[in-house]
Design a protein around this ligand. Sequence first.
Ligand code: FAD
Ligand code: SIN
Length: 522
Amino acid sequence: MTDVAVRHVDSIVVGSGIAGLTAALAHGNCVVVSKSATGEGSSRWAQGGIAAAVGPDDDPRFHADDTTEVSGGLGRAEIATLVTGAAPDQIEWLRSLGADFDTAPDGSLRLGREAGHDQRRIVHANGDATGAEVMRTLVRATVERTDIERLDDTLVVDLLRDGDRVVGVLALHPDDGLVALVSPAVVLATGGIGRLYLHTTNPREVTADGLAMAARAGAVIRDPEFVQFHPTAFHSDLDPMPLLTEALRGEGAQLLDDRGRRYMVDVHADAELAPRDVVARENWRRRREGAIHLDARMIGADFAERFPTVWQITQQAGLDPRVDLLPVSPAEHYHMGGIATDDSGRSSVAGLYACGEAASTGLHGANRLASNSLLEGLVFGSRVAAAMVDDRDRFVAPTRVDVPETALRLRPDAAHSAEIEDLRRTMWDDVGVVRDAAGLTRASQRIAELAPRLATHPEGRNLAEAARLITDAALAREESRGSHFRSDHPETAAIASHSLLHPVPATATRIDVACQPSRAGA
Ligand code: FAD
Ligand code: SIN
């Protein structure tokens, strides 16, 4: 216990993707803790862009309708209205910080098209390198702010509690070891769960940490079974699997089976631009029968300028998308479920907030509309910041806090790659695009066997906890809805209901935090 250094700070943002940095910039006076470098994470990898009703014939109401339409009856219309209504201003905010979005010669924003949107609405930068431009902008703005401290390469391993509120985080600092950062407000902006699946488009650091930490602190978790699979990852041995943006299909790219037949026209009226879950399921089914390909040859001679990220991916594989078909398969891409929040990002536990992919705000329900997640990160990053200011009144810094016992027994250097790969394959095989009771039960048993073996691994234990939450909820949901498809229950229940999990807080131990500052970030 004595080797836990202690610092008292104004507020803490865990994660420096789009959600975390937006929250930090809007709030100021905070420490941003990142497990790698500031700005790393899924946000930087985003390709298609940011959905916003800025076109001449568009209206946030149409965007809200499309958002709710794909949500499988579980998206909250008032959250869709709030988020889509704020979108044009968020784009202007990013531009005011220096984000250079693609424009037409008349200065208007160029807009892309993606599945589920009734019109062109996707604001993008450098073709398909939107995330890189947005994160370049946000990181630069953050670095310029003297009231925002960045703690990089620092892994938050658990939340500190005092009674029934969260009062800080326990983090592994590269020089100082375990550090307790005590604060009235903690924002979890830790991103998704991608590493939990054998095939994912997400960077390696996306290991469900926020979801698992919030669960250990007793926060309500909503709809964890809703996991989105992107239909067109570039099929390869690469891990993660590179993404071939949906914007290609928005420009006319078609899906072909191994005999060169275009199959989505037989599946859905919108063919390749059907909702993402529909295309992912069809690709999953087809992929089991043989290779499937994306034909993007019609995009033509200026492919490299319009889609530089995809161009680079295909070039590295020795393919030329102007003449070659591109092998694709589905891969885990996004987590709709997560830490349940209200419309300002407050979790069910006082002092704990969540935004970005880690949160379940009610925007996406059972299925996310393409390019709505960067937007959600922006809107809820700002809202969380306002809520933290509103809530901070009567906070009294505690002298002793509770921390899950297991956090003090972690072995960061422990090698558990075999168990983690086992877990990832289990999730892919049995808790993937198509599920059934037998597979989910098998997965549940395997996760229970693997969890104790991952208990001392800082991220492995989070993956195991997230796997358990997702699998339990998927087993309990005996219907198909949005991204959750049960082959043994293909029907959709008449009444749409949420899965609300109320985890019991982990067994805790008390540590003294009434002492001197640590060196971390001092
Ligand atoms: P992230 O950007 O993933 O950031 C998470 C942060 O948390 C990172 O800084 C990470 O280091 C930190 N972190 C995590 N755990 C810890 C811990 N324990 N301790 C300390 N730090 C921690 N969405 C769109 O809207 N449009 C798109 O075009 C689009 N394209 C995409 C393309 C790809 C390839 C991928 C992977 C995703 C795409 N998405 C897109 C989804 C979108 O990028 C993400 O949902 C969104 O960026 C998540 O943002 P975030 O801020 O919540 O998390
Ligand atoms: C893509 O560019 O296909 C990803 C868009 C998204 O996930 O929102």
